[in-house]
Design a protein around this ligand. Structure first.
Ligand code: NCD
Length: 331
């Protein structure tokens, strides 16, 4: 795994002060903010490699994870991230909360706030839910995915994975292929990678591209077929059709979609010979990606998951007031 550390690079030292109260989206972040989170994550990666995977950085802090939509990777990694930093972590899911009794997000938040948490992590099906929570809560808020809007920690972990393999962002071509219309991962990645100097190329059938997508970001390249999108790409990022947001109504059938937009070995040969393959998970094997590619040597999908933990440790640490300049001591 050609990670920065394994490539013999020093752990970057973080000097930029991180001044945001919340992490709602990539949009308000500067390149210095993004770099500070990635560098902090690199420092925290070593905690997970030790026999005793715990540091006292967030001792006495309380993190509440509110997951109102299903999640495997994001929720588990936020919980483990908080625990490895010694925070007290409490998770609530919609199915086991008073949401099923009709309580609004606003009332749930006010009640949680009365218990004085330091940080709230929210996943919700409505775009804007995390922003609403942040407006009404004094605790820091991290958006763990709000509808089809943003998923900032996913874009940050993707950026870290790309940096591990390519060392730089400037001049890279990153193809994002699939259900762009309903994907918060796509939106956060377009914003994040473009800020970092990447040429982002989108590939999707017209029915899975939101109208006016070109206006989201200057210089965005958009293709209606997979082949021209991945040609010459340094990174190929595949997305799942967001069935829960109506994505499957925009394609004739999964089989037809797989035939035209699924990533297989023949198609991957169009990308650069050293191109890496990414997927945020959960994958629909045989639809947007074949198992041969998902489990093959170019796939960095499980490295994304490992980096997700480190990036979430960094986000929790910085938003709980951790000083980026002291991260080496904290880790
Ligand atoms: C993504 C999400 O929830 O937006 N998954 C994730 O967080 N790893 C992508 C998806 O569900 O397809």
């Amino acid at each position: 795994m050609p990670s920065a550390e394994l490539a013999g690079q020093q752990t970057p030292s973080v000097t930029h002060a991180f001044a945001c109260k919340d992490l709602i989206g990539i949009e308000p972040l500067s390149v210095a903010d993004i770099t500070a989170i990635l560098d902090t994550a690199v420092s925290f990666r070593r905690v997970s490699e030790r026999p005793i995977k715990k540091v006292p950085a967030l001792r006495g802090k309380t993190v509440v994870c509110l997951f109102f939509e299903p999640s495997t990777r994001t929720r588990t990694s936020f919980e483990i991230a908080g625990k490895r930093l010694s925070a007290d972590v409490q998770s609530i899911s919609a199915a086991t909360s008073s949401v099923v009794k009709g309580e609004t997000l606003f009332d749930t938040a006010r009640n949680i706030e009365a218990m004085h948490p330091d940080l709230l992590v929210l996943r919700h099906s409505s775009a804007g839910a995390a922003k609403l929570l942040a407006k009404h809560c004094s605790a820091a808020v991290i958006n763990a995915g709000d509808g089809a809007h943003e998923h900032p920690t996913q874009a940050l972990l993707d950026a870290l994975t790309i940096r591990d393999h390519k060392q730089t962002f400037e001049g890279l071509r990153v193809a994002i292929v699939g259900d762009i219309a309903h994907s918060r991962v796509a939106r956060s990645n377009i914003l994040c990678l473009s800020k970092l100097g990447v040429q982002v190329v989108l590939g999707a059938p017209p029915t899975l591209l939101p109208a006016g997508i070109e206006d989201l970001q200057d210089g965005l390249e958009v293709h209606h077929r997979l082949e021209p999108a991945i040609e010459g790409a340094d990174v190929v990022m595949m997305l799942r059709i967001q069935v829960e947001r109506g994505g499957s109504m925009n394609i004739p059938s999964r089989a037809e979609y797989a035939r035209l937009y699924g990533l297989n070995a023949t198609r991957l040969a169009l990308a650069k010979p050293d191109a890496i393959v990414m997927h945020p998970g959960p994958m629909n094997r045989g639809v947007e990606i074949t198992s041969e590619i998902a489990d093959g040597p170019r796939s960095v999908i499980l490295e994304q998951v490992a980096n997700g933990l480190a990036v979430r440790m960094a986000a929790l640490y910085l938003l709980c007031g951790g000083n980026p300049a002291h991260v080496d001591t904290a880790a």
